[in-house]
Design a protein around this ligand. Sequence first.
Ligand code: HGY
Ligand code: MN
Ligand code: MN
Length: 434
Amino acid sequence: MNRRTFLGSMLAVPAFAQPSAPRVNGARLRERIEALSIFGRPDGGTFADGVSRVAYSDADVAGRAYVMKLIEGLGLKPRVDAAGNIFALRPGTNGTLPPVLFGSHIDSVPNGGNFDGDLGSLGAIEVLQTMNEAHIATRRGVELVVWQNEEGYAFNNGLAGSRAAAGHLEAGELDAVWNGMKKSDAIRKIGGNPERIAEAKRGPGTFACYLELHIEQGGTLERAGIPIGVVEGIVAIDRYDVEVRGFANHAGTTPMAERRDALVAASMLTIAVNDTVRAEPGKQVGTVGQLNVIPNVPNIVPGTVRMVVELRDLDAKKIAAIGERLQARAREIAAKTGTEIVMRPAAHHDAALANPQVQSSIEAACAGLGLKSQRLPSGAGHDAQMMALLGPMGMIFVPSVRGISHSPLEFTRWEDCARGADVLMATVLDWAMR
Ligand code: HGY
Ligand code: MN
Ligand code: MN
């Protein structure tokens, strides 16, 4: 923040003396969500066609540049850390106190929506701008973060930026190659410094609390007719890279009994995922969302299939046990089909509980705004689950229309976006004055 702006805000009325937190500019927030959606939009498409702004892509670089320009417009200097995360600190009156940290991500899944991550990142920028316009001075600093590669489509391992901050990068992770790109080069491409990635690590206590506004990505709030969700906890996620090795041969001359058909085996394993996950009570989920057939030619018996199995639940032990059961099923299927099935653990993210004080603060903000709220778990993973390892975490959800996400159909009503940002504002100010 330049000196004039900073001094201007110092002459202001401290937040706690404010009768109530100022409201965000919903129209400006909408404008920015629509502007960000340009980066990664399908050629000739419109906002309704969603976005493919996969981490480390040119669209991601362009979207990050747009966000950094907005940050500069706040009078703040964006800082890209060694992992490629974008930070910006609005100073408080007491520089010795750890700041409130808040934000989200702007990378998307391929063929994704325009609100996942974008609302939390642009909502945080909107909160900062509204604080400046209201000349609010806070005791603690307020620090914005835009995490890199939250989705993990690139390199098949998500929460990449927040894992670096939490010190949870895996051994050799920077040497991984995906789409012909080495991870260290990918981090360089977005302005990070892989040689010094250890500097991206934040210790516990380096923030007063972490807050993230996000779309629910499910249908609970919409069905209940409630505008704000207060997240209870975020699921654990286990991902397995599976390679099914059969034998490619002529589709016309290879008798059925002599085939070692990798796709038949992979299909049996996919059904086994569905059956095993459904076999026990609870809200656990299991998905085979990615599958590649090799050589993928109509008149060749599939020789190899590569697929990803993903399991999620609030109880990490439950999905670990399901993973074990699937390993056993894979052995049975391999024996039955004459194939070899290798199911390798590829990523694990622990479940995380929100902090009760942060939850109460969010609920008080809702009450102050006359908004109903309800507590609910998050079936989606979030950077907040890594931040929970370092300090108190809370998430604010707003409804997803028809519960759709990770799709161009993903939509949150504009008034719900603004309400979520208002709750974020009030909660940030509550913590920034402590
Ligand atoms: O996959 C998830 O749950 C998140 O959207 N990255
Ligand atoms: Mn997200
Ligand atoms: Mn997502």
